[in-house]
Design a protein around this ligand. Structure first.
Ligand code: XIL
Length: 384
């Protein structure tokens, strides 16, 4: 790292000396460099793990597609494989958008993650309504509750079976369940009290993994995915659940660490401990939704536009990326994939959050490519 900084500094000086008088030297050294002209990220990390990006179908064309092909050897759908997109109405499966992503991955020889078979968010209401249209979670009669539970588990099995049968030869890793831990859950065990949980207890998790295994086969890689997996007490709640499920023979292969993180949070030590903790159960780890926000939580105040973000902020972010990828690389026998939750700073879900908390005006910049697909300091930090 230091060597490279010095080298580029020296060459920067050389350029300045060669420039005709009158040309701004700062502009010359800060010349934007296209992501397409620099060493591919996936090549840099090919001995360690695959490098992924989350995509919307519209990003499979144009500049996004070029950058995807150049830098990434793995992709995941940002939205179109979620329950509400795939089965918006009972029995009406909609694979059109998801198929586009599968096709792109195949054509470009990329790995594909499936996100996500089960979640409490972006899931249609119908899953949780009984035959009379009443919310199952409100049912008080024990007999009817048991019937509801069986009906919901049957719907879950059918959802998973239909998807897995269609895509089993295309998907390398499956997010089977997403965000089942809630450290604030009233049950005190960190089990998120979603309709899934209220109606089935933890059986929905077991049935989801067992059904995925049954139809995807022994070689499929099955993940339990969550955010803040580094931080206590969430980390321990997740660990306890996974350990118990493994003891019961539930087929879990790995933990997906979403990694929606910040420049100063969580600590590297927490990140390392979390990966080692789950590896100690014999599990793989994947970094599934990486973005490094410029802000704390909530993201307030936020810079109104990209141009307002100061250079020091980008430098701090680059230092963070540097440390993070050094850690990932050191732990690479325990990590099989690192996926960014987007391609470049022109499209990130974090903007919605920045806007939401700042009266509609706020920009985040969590990736290593800028909104024009030029490399950021963060790119140089992780490529050397
Ligand atoms: C987000 C998408 O990025 C948004 O476009 C959508 O509006 C909401 O979901 N954790 C997850 C992802 O597991 O599915 C979420 O994706 C981000 C947080």
């Amino acid at each position: 790292m230091l060597n490279n900084v010095r080298k580029s500094f020296i060459s920067g000086v050389a350029i300045v000396l060669l420039l005709p008088v009158g040309i701004n030297s700062a502009a010359a050294t800060n010349e934007p460099k296209s992501a397409l002209e620099v060493k591919p990220l996936d090549e840099r990390y090919e001995d360690s793990f695959t490098i992924g990006a989350a995509v919307e179908p519209y990003q499979l064309e144009g500049k996004d597609a070029e950058v995807l092909k150049h830098h990434y050897n793995s992709i995941v759908a940002e939205n179109v494989m979620k329950p509400i997109n795939i089965q918006p109405e009972e029995g009406k499966f909609n694979f059109e958008q998801a198929d586009k992503i599968v096709k792109f991955a195949k054509e470009n020889d990329m790995d594909l993650r499936f996100h996500t078979l089960v979640w409490h968010s972006q899931v249609p209401e119908w899953f949780f309504l009984d035959k009379n249209g009443k919310p199952m979670a409100d049912e008080t009669d024990p007999k009817q509750r048991e019937k509801n539970k069986q009906l919901l588990l049957k719907r879950l099995e059918k959802h998973i079976k239909t998807i897995v049968q269609r895509y089993k030869d295309d998907i390398d890793s499956w997010d089977v369940v997403n965000e089942v831990i809630d450290e604030y859950a009233p049950n005190g065990k960190g089990l998120r009290e979603s309709p899934w949980y209220k109606i089935t207890g933890t059986d929905y998790i077991k049935v989801a993994f067992e059904t995925a295994r049954k139809y995807a086969g022994e070689n499929a890689k099955l993940y339990i995915n969550d955010y803040n997996t580094e931080v206590e007490p969430k980390r321990t709640y997740l660990y306890n659940l996974v350990k118990e499920l493994l003891e019961q023979g539930v087929p879990i292969d790995g933990v997906g660490h979403q990694s929606h993180i910040q420049i100063g949070w969580p600590t590297l030590q927490e990140t390392e401990d979390s990966i080692n903790l789950f590896a100690s159960l014999g599990l793989d780890n994947q970094i599934t939704e990486l973005d490094v926000s410029l802000y704390g939580w909530p993201p307030r105040p936020a810079y109104p536009t990209y141009a307002d973000i100061p250079k020091e902020k980008f430098q701090a972010q680059a230092d963070r990326y540097n440390a993070l990828f050094e850690l990932y690389e050191r732990l690479d026998d325990k990590i099989s994939n690192v996926t960014f939750w987007g391609v470049a700073d022109n499209h990130t879900w974090l903007d919605d959050r920045a806007e939401q908390y700042n009266d509609g005006v706020g920009k985040d910049a969590p990736f290593v490519f800028d909104p024009d697909y030029n490399v950021k300091l963060a790119y140089w930090a992780i490529i050397d």
